[in-house]
Design a protein around this ligand. Structure first.
Ligand code: APR
Length: 191
């Protein structure tokens, strides 16, 4: 199997892309594609809970008791249990309907919240999945543009202390979409 990887500099920070299982890639913080109920599920959410163990769901239970639901576009953080990370940032992406129902704004916002929570936690490296592109049905080509645009513009700003963001994509097709979006968007940001 080929091991596709791409690394692009954004100011003095790194924006990377790789094919893989996000539960196996070490980082200070790992992004999860969660649901509003913070109740766990399949896809990357299921993989994160399986690999991290029950401590993550216990902590989510306490957060649920405090805040109720987490709306699409927002995120909450827990410790990472047995994952190779300190934190999991549970971001809630939008369910894709027609692209004109606020989905791009909500998707952009949940990536921005991942960076903001990383800063609050002191995380310097962050891995992210392609939020909303599985069960929630967001077309990968559209989602990749929103995701890369949101993260690259945060990395090019002065507020964040995050040094490296790595998108961990599950297959080569997703990787190619994200890489194409990055090669399109990042040079434009630099100019
Ligand atoms: N590592 C990296 N990416 C993964 C992994 C993994 N281990 N497993 C799945 N993916 C990819 C999928 O291929 C998809 O591109 O993550 C992307 C997001 O897919 P989903 O996990 O289905 O997330 P999403 O579309 O945001 O739907 C969220 O799914 O399981 C539920 O609780 C979750 O209800 C929520 C919904």
């Amino acid at each position: 199997m080929s091991r596709a990887e791409l690394k692009i500099g954004v100011k003095d920070r790194d924006l990377s892309f790789m094919v893989g299982d996000i539960t196996k890639v070490p980082a200070d913080a790992i992004g999860n594609a969660a649901n509003s109920r913070l109740a766990g599920g399949g896809g990357v959410d299921g993989a994160i809970h399986r690999a991290g163990g029950p401590a993550i769901m216990q902590e989510l239970g306490q957060i649920r008791a405090r805040i109720g639901q987490c709306p699409a576009g927002d995120a909450v953080a827990t410790r990472a249990g047995k994952l190779p990370a300190q934190w999991v940032i549970h971001a809630v992406g939008p369910v894709y309907r027609d692209g004109r129902s606020g989905e791009p704004m909500a998707l952009r916002s949940c990536y921005e919240r991942c960076l903001e929570l990383s800063d609050e936690l002191g995380a310097r490296t962050l891995t992210l999945p392609a939020i909303s592109t599985g069960v929630y049905g967001y077309p990968m080509d559209l989602a990749s543009n929103v995701a890369v645009g949101a993260v690259a513009s945060k990395l090019s700003g002065s507020e964040t202390k995050v040094k490296r963001v790595t998108f961990v994509l599950f297959d080569e097709t997703a990787f190619r979409q994200f890489a194409a979006a990055a090669l399109d968007i990042v040079p434009a940001l630099a100019s």
